[in-house]
Ligand binder design. Structure first.
Ligand SMILES: C[S@@+](CC[C@H](N)C(=O)[O-])C[C@H]1O[C@@H](n2cnc3c(N)ncnc32)[C@H](O)[C@@H]1O
Length: 178
């Protein structure tokens, strides 16, 4: 398995290896070690059984080319994503109030500050459309997200989503001809 955008802590690679998978992670910020490559995923060659990407795809630009490249690497794609565009004023107020009483929170103090620092992210409907154009959707599950920013918390949000898809035969044909 290939984890794309495993971050500087190695993402889910250690858990995959513990579970018996042969896994590597790629990210310019990846940690050192034989299971990690400190590079852009577009530099990776080879064919994997599956690609997993956590909180990465909404950053990739241009999106269509990036998803084509993911599809060329493996027939199965599993993503853990974040519909940042679904943060409404009520949820924003809830998050910011929680942030103020949680000194260990790792997220931004305000959502507006976070929006300002992250221009150009893909909204969830654009991202899902790009995925569905290349894969047959098998799983779409909406889950809480703000625990990533706040730590151990029961969050009312459902702006996280887990998605899995299998590359379509048309996508496979065009990916293998590259
Ligand atoms: C929000 S972080 C998520 C890190 C980790 N997956 C997690 O969930 O904690 C997004 C990561 O994607 C990585 N990334 C962005 N574009 C990438 C690319 N083209 N190739 C590899 N990694 C990329 C960034 O360096 C960053 O570490």
């Amino acid at each position: 398995m290939l984890e794309v955008g495993c971050g500087d802590r190695g993402g889910v690679v250690p858990a995959l290896v513990d579970a018996g998978y042969d896994a590597i992670g790629v990210d310019p910020r990846a940690p050192s070690g034989e299971r990690f490559r400190q590079t852009d995923f577009r530099e990776v060659d080879g064919e994997f059984d599956a690609v997993v990407a956590g909180r990465v795809v909404h950053h990739l630009d241009p999106l269509g080319e990036a998803v084509d490249r993911l599809a060329s690497l493996a027939p199965l794609l599993i993503v853990d994503e974040f519909a940042w565009d679904l943060i409404d004023p009520e949820l924003q107020a809830w998050y910011e109030a929680e942030y103020r009483v949680r000194p260990d929170a790792s997220g931004p103090p305000t959502v507006d500050e976070w929006r300002w620092r992250h221009p150009g992210l893909h909204p969830h409907d654009v991202l899902l459309e790009a995925l569905r154009a290349r894969y047959d959707e098998r799983v779409l599950e909406w889950v809480p997200y703000f625990h990533h920013w706040l730590g151990d918390v029961e969050s009312p949000d459902r702006i996280g989503y887990r998605w899995a898809g299998v590359r379509t035969s048309t996508t496979r044909t065009s990916a293998s001809s590259r």
